[in-house]
Design a binder for this molecule. Structure first.
Ligand SMILES: [Fe+2]
Length: 266
């Protein structure tokens, strides 16, 4: 199974960008380039995951724009909200794909059982600016959902990485210190969870939460990307492809969406 992992597009429209029009235009181009590169991957990916911060200002027109660009993906798309996102608007634009639970502003939680790896969408929004959190209801949902398929390899999508990102100036991005241990304890009872895919840190990073590898991807928005990258990547968005097979588990590859080869071939 091949999964393309995109995150943190922070899209703006001409109306929402105010005096930041060049960034708005660049971020649209970044997402469009990433979508084109994902579609051109060979072999083709089976699914695309998007780990949050789709829009910069929670504006409906920003989600409509995101939906329009992401609709070009040829593989099924699974999205979760980031701290920047409006759950209700995200739902309105993506619920027709049929996998999201709940309505309105309720947390977006789901399980996808269509692949060799079970994909668990887990909403880490806290209601506080920037930071993530879990509460009893979300933890109960996660525990019960994982208990439904204890023998199926599973990956959890959550915007906030439940680990300290030590290359960041603000390594711990959760409202409470205990959230990491609470999640680690829950996952320890569900050893079929082999990977957590996150965004939020806008950089590539990985570390373990208990026995589970947590990885973050660079922001698709190049102007917001953090960390050092090769000079040839400076103006191109970066995403990752995660490959799963039952013998080796997950391996991951970083893709620079320099689409010159695609454009020349077209
Ligand atoms: Fe972000």
């Amino acid at each position: 199974m091949l999964i393309a992992h995109l995150s943190d597009t922070h899209l703006m429209t001409p109306d929402t960008a105010d005096d930041n029009q060049p960034a708005a235009q660049a971020r649209v181009e970044n997402l469009s380039a990433a979508v084109a590169r994902v579609n051109a991957l060979s072999p083709a990916v089976d699914a695309v995951i998007f780990t949050g911060d789709m829009a910069q200002h929670r504006a409906p027109e920003e989600y409509a724009l995101a939906r329009e660009i992401l609709s070009a993906l040829t593989a099924p798309l699974y999205v979760i909200p980031g701290n920047r996102d409006c759950r209700a608007t995200l739902r309105r634009n993506f619920a027709a794909d049929g996998y999201m639970s709940g309505e309105g502003d309720a947390p977006i939680l789901y399980a996808i059982d269509d692949y060799p790896v079970r994909l668990i969408g887990f909403d880490s929004q806290s209601g506080f600016e920037r930071k993530g959190d879990v509460d009893a209801a979300k933890m109960q949902w996660l525990d019960a959902t994982l208990a439904q398929a204890p023998n199926t390899p599973s990956a959890v999508l959550m915007h906030h990485p439940p680990i300290p990102v030590y290359t960041s100036d603000y390594p711990w991005q959760w409202q409470r210190e205990e959230a990491g241990n609470e999640l680690a304890s829950l996952f320890a009872a569900h050893p079929q969870v082999t990977r957590i895919f996150s965004g939020h840190s806008h950089r590539a990073y990985q570390d373990k939460l208990g026995d589970i590898l947590v990885s973050t991807v660079p922001s698709i928005a190049v102007d917001l990307r953090l960390g050092d990258f090769e000079p040839q990547a400076e103006t191109h968005p970066i995403f990752q492809v995660h490959r799963f097979d039952s013998d080796n588990g997950f391996t991951s590859e970083t893709i620079i969406a320099d689409n010159a080869a695609i454009n020349n071939a077209a």
